[in-house]
Design a protein around this ligand. Structure first.
Ligand code: ADP
Ligand code: MG
Length: 366
């Protein structure tokens, strides 16, 4: 099917396919650009790239999801910020070349089932699937931390979104049966099996975070300002026992830093709860994380709060929270094993009728 689309767009056949999954972060939000812990797991939705080298320096790319699949073009070595989706690809080729990897022009067709702008990291899935296709096509040697660094640089330095490294590491390394307990300071990680007594439900609220880049960058700047006043390099350096220093900061830096410090403390506790199959404890940590994002970090929106509240009121739900950067997007709920499908349907029905919005069930997949 997509081979056909490739042929229609570019003539010829794709020689390689690269892909990467979207991710849902279970807990540890806005900690990754503060040197902290995160706990993402892969979702079934993926981005795939069909690619063929060209033999010159031209790049022609099309995405089934954007611009009705129209072909966009640029030249390697002349990457620039255009303010559209190709910036993610242009950033990848720019930094791949800058870091000394040798490759040529290519044609590529992209298709994805990861919802865009929903907090499930379609952007990293795009960067990593392009990189995986380029690795296959040009025989490059890149390990996951290098792939993640180049994807992150594309996003930070080319697109201009100040995000941490979680999304790209998850796109490289996360699988669906385990959560990736990642220390974003040194990129060490452990795969933690999902607890046997529970399932995950992921629901897109129907509120897109499309125009939130400025808000993310503002949070990043507030964290930097808090670090300066606290005399630390990263908020990771503040232990939960030292929360009093954080409380003494001026508003709103005190609340922003309190979110990061308490959230960072919740991640290893969530890992311990997962290992013990202590679903009540894990659910409470989800709930506390949501409250912290809503009240201290202020990255939720009323529709998402409503969705979380409806989920939490369900008898088969242990806990629920906004997942991803926020300002809209998706929620993740921890649900009694065997109940996920029914919970997802009950919750979305109630939410749709109370909000007037159109939610989408992403996990469990239909
Ligand atoms: P998300 O939470 O989905 O990662 P971002 O705002 O970080 O949201 O990234 C979304 C942007 O990434 C889109 O606006 C688009 O520019 C780009 N993008 C993601 N997936 C695709 C795709 N399949 N095709 C084209 N562009 C994509
Ligand atoms: Mg993203």
């Amino acid at each position: 099917m997509s081979d056909e689309r490739f042929h229609d767009l570019f003539g010829g056949e794709p020689s390689v396919r690269g892909s990467a999954a979207g991710r849902v972060n279970l807990i540890g939000e806005h900690t990754d650009y503060n040197g902290g812990f995160v706990l993402p797991t892969a979702i079934p939705q993926r981005t795939s790239v069909w690619l063929a080298p060209r033999g010159d320096r031209a790049v022609r790319i099309a995405s089934a999801e954007i611009d009705q699949g129209a072909v966009r073009a640029y030249t390697l070595g002349s990457e620039r910020r255009e303010g559209n989706w190709t910036d993610y690809v242009q950033g990848v080729t720019r930094f791949l070349a800058e870091e000394g990897h040798r490759f040529g022009g290519f044609d590529a067709f992209i298709a994805s089932t990861v919802p865009i702008g929903s907090g499930l990291s379609s952007s990293a899935a795009l960067e990593v699937s392009i990189l995986n296709a380029l690795i296959a096509a040009f025989g490059l040697a890149l390990d996951p931390p290098t792939i993640a660094r180049i994807g992150r640089r594309a996003e930070n330095e080319h697109v201009g979104a100040r995000t941490g490294v979680m999304d790209q590491m998850a796109a490289c390394l996360a699988d669906a049966g385990t959560a990736l307990f990642l220390d974003t300071r040194d990129l060490s990680y452990e795969r933690v099996p999902l607890p046997p007594g529970a399932e995950l439900v992921v629901i897109n609220s129907g509120v897109s975070h499309d125009h939130s880049q400025g808000d993310y960058n503002a949070r990043w700047a507030e964290c930097e300002a808090a670090c300066q006043l606290l005399g630390v390099a990263e908020l990771r350096d503040i232990a939960i026992e030292d929360l009093a220093h954080v409380e003494a900061l001026p508003e709103p830096l005190n609340r922003r830093a309190r979110h990061v410090v308490t959230e960072n403390d919740r991640v290893p506790r969530a890992v311990a709860a997962m290992k013990a199959n202590d679903l009540a404890a894990l659910g409470s940590l989800f709930d506390a994380s949501h409250a912290s994002m809503r009240d201290d970090y202020v990255v939720s929106v009323p529709a998402v709060d409503l969705l979380v509240d409806i989920a939490r009121a369900d008898a088969d739900v242990f806990g629920a929270r906004l997942t991803g950067g926020g300002f809209g997007g998706s929620i993740v709920a921890l649900v009694r094993r065997g109940a996920a499908k029914a919970v997802a349907e009950r919750v979305t029905r109630a939410y749709a009728s109370r909000s007037g919005l159109t939610p989408t069930i992403l996990v469990p997949p239909r």
